[in-house]
Write a protein that binds this ligand. Structure first.
Ligand code: ZN
Length: 125
């Protein structure tokens, strides 16, 4: 394995996708899933045994950036659901920061703590 790239976070994610596809294949028996699984395995082995380490690291960094975005959005969505009785979330029109506001019905003027922009917010429910 000397000089080869090896396993990383993208490799683990691909392995998890492969396992999920194989579990799904137990019930579906679809030849397209077999082809997709085979392509995943080939890609995983290509990445592990690749000597172009900088290209593989760049792929992994892109994967990490994308997964961080997905995790952040998912976390925010769960938080919105959890706090639906007490808070509302609104985005600042200037800097697009998400603001957590107390649930007070009516129209309010809100000042963004990031950019100091004041804007009108309506909370109906
Ligand atoms: Zn702002």
């Amino acid at each position: 394995m000397y000089g080869r790239y090896g396993a990383d976070q993208l490799y683990i994610a691909l392995a998890v996708i492969f396992i999920i596809l194989q579990l799904f294949q137990l019930f579906a028996q679809n030849p397209l899933i077999n082809i997709a699984s085979l392509a995943l395995i080939v890609w995983m082995f290509y990445r592990v045994f690749s000597k172009n380490i900088t290209a593989r690291q760049a792929e992994n960094q892109r994967y990490l950036r994308l997964s961080k975005k997905v995790k952040t959005k998912t976390h925010l969505w769960f938080r919105k659901v959890k706090e639906i009785r007490t808070h509302r979330y609104r985005q600042c029109p200037e800097c697009h920061t998400t603001l957590r506001l107390p649930r007070k019905r009516g129209s309010h003027t809100v000042r963004c703590p990031q950019c100091e922009h004041a804007f009108e917010v309506k909370i109906t429910l």
